[in-house]
Design a protein around this ligand. Structure first.
Ligand SMILES: [Zn+2]
Length: 270
């Protein structure tokens, strides 16, 4: 059987097993298979199989720009040391520049800023360039990406979608946050060892690793993913949104199933 045919069959099997979209609590029928994390996140698009999820067209397409932004963020450190890597980064930059207006400008901190940042953050890996990664555009997209990851890993871990009453609270941390000691270490330390995607002997733990913790009654779950040395996402899911801590919600808004659709119609261009 050819690769294309094999893929088609695998996708049909995924959609048959779970016909509802994982991002909108199964309200819409899933007709697409979504890779989370996306293929473009991986060097030379060499993404092992696994973590493929049923999604409806609206949720899938409505969040594609966030996948793009996260892929760019994931590829900014370590610097590519191959021509192919640099070429890929160039492509991502150009796609972001075409599709997400204002983002690249927002991320630039200039040479003076670079110097200050490197002086203030002594624990950064040597050779790091510092990008401003907390502006409103990048934050919005990384929240969406983090929420997607939460919905997806929830489904992977529990075999059920986050229900309509539930939600995801994603938190996004850059390597700068890590260097400043701003990661929620007490939570991360409780998590089991992170695993990665594997296909045969090929594994991608340097590029992506993930881990989760489910409470006993499975009403709350914590998912933690690390992308290169660039950023990490901590996503908490709950079956009931009222159980999220209100004091956290300003900084880390809770995203409900179906929110990606509303967002798309409200802001079609970003
Ligand atoms: Zn959907």
């Amino acid at each position: 059987m050819g690769e294309a045919k094999r893929k088609k069959r695998a996708h049909a099997a995924i959609l048959e097993q779970q016909p509802g979209c994982i991002y909108c609590a199964g309200v819409s029928r899933a007709t697409t298979v979504e890779h989370m994390p996306p293929i473009q996140m991986f060097r030379e698009r060499q993404r092992p199989k696994g973590l493929e999820f049923p999604a409806c067209v609206e949720c899938n397409n409505g969040t594609s720009h966030s996948d793009l932004v996260a892929s760019l963020m994931g590829r900014t450190y370590p610097d590519s040391d191959t021509d192919a890597g640099r070429q890929e980064l160039r492509k991502l930059l150009s796609a972001v520049s075409n599709n997400v207006p204002g983002l690249l400008k927002e991320m630039q901190i200039g040479r003076g800023g670079q110097k200050l940042a490197l002086r203030d953050i002594p624990n950064l890996p040597t050779g790091s360039g510092v990008l401003r990664a907390n502006g409103p555009i990048v934050t919005k997209h990384m929240r969406t990406f983090g929420a997607k990851l939460g919905f997806a890993l929830h489904f992977e871990a529990l075999g059920t979608v986050v229900p309509q009453s539930g939600g995801v609270q994603p938190m996004y941390f850059t390597n700068v946050n890590a260097a400043k000691g701003e990661l929620p270490k007490s939570i991360i330390d409780m998590l089991p060892e992170r695993r990665t995607l594997m296909q045969g002997k090929r594994e991608v733990s340097e590029q992506f690793s993930y881990s989760w913790l489910l409470t006993e009654e499975k009403r709350h779950s914590v998912f933690y993913s690390v992308f290169n040395n660039s950023f990490s996402i901590l996503a908490v899911t709950a079956l009931d949104r009222s159980e999220f801590l209100a004091r956290n919600a300003d900084q880390h808004p809770v995203i409900a199933p179906g929110d990606f659709k509303a967002r798309r119609s409200a802001a079609p261009n970003c």
